[in-house]
Ligand binder design. Sequence first.
Ligand SMILES: Nc1ncnc2c1ncn2[C@@H]1O[C@H](COP(=O)(O)OP(=O)(O)OP(=O)(O)O)[C@@H](O)[C@H]1O
Ligand SMILES: Cc1ncc(CO)c(N)n1
Length: 194
Amino acid sequence: MKKVLSIAGSDCSGGAGIQADLKTFSAHGVYGMSVIVSVVAENTGRVIGIQDISADMIGKQIDAVFEDIEVDAVKVGMLSTPDCMEEAAKAIRTMGCRAVIVKGGHAAGNAVDVLFDGKEICHFDTARIDTKNTHGTGCIFSSAVASQLARGMGIREAVQKAKDYVTMAIEHSLDIGKGCGPTHHFWHLYQYGL
Ligand SMILES: Nc1ncnc2c1ncn2[C@@H]1O[C@H](COP(=O)(O)OP(=O)(O)OP(=O)(O)O)[C@@H](O)[C@H]1O
Ligand SMILES: Cc1ncc(CO)c(N)n1
């Protein structure tokens, strides 16, 4: 089984952050792991507080994973301190950034995402789903891309499949909480069984 790590914040309400990433990994049949960089007290309506985990402890979590397990893909989510952001920016540059996706979930009109793979621009265009329940869509989309890359897919196919997955999850989103509710990671599984 491919192994995918999320380095991100914890969303106690379960719709975004580490919780959304692990659900997305599970839905893609990859083995999910998590390094928690901050604990966020949040729900579908508001963020109440953020407590950052120390850089030392973040480093220890990363070492614990990498000294033991071969990691096939890493997804980086919310980084709440400038230090963390700087470290991530440096690491991403050193690794050589080969492709960039710009997401259009908050724009007007269709939900259009744009991929540049270093050679060509590619648009991923779906009708906008009329719902307020889009909590965590960014986390889900990026975790789905990471899962598909870990499974050996090329970047374009990985993004297309991730787009299909997040669109499905939004289509069947859950009316949980009083604000912007979460999406349905496992609709296919619950519909059609194992
Ligand atoms: N209402 C919608 N209908 C269809 N697709 C959507 C909708 N909202 C977001 N998406 C899609 O969800 C994915 C995530 O994009 P989005 O722009 O929401 O990311 P984000 O801003 O990082 O998310 P977040 O708000 O969780 O931080 C993209 O593929 C986007 O096109
Ligand atoms: C922990 C966390 N990460 C990311 C997001 C963005 O959806 C969120 N709301 N919470």
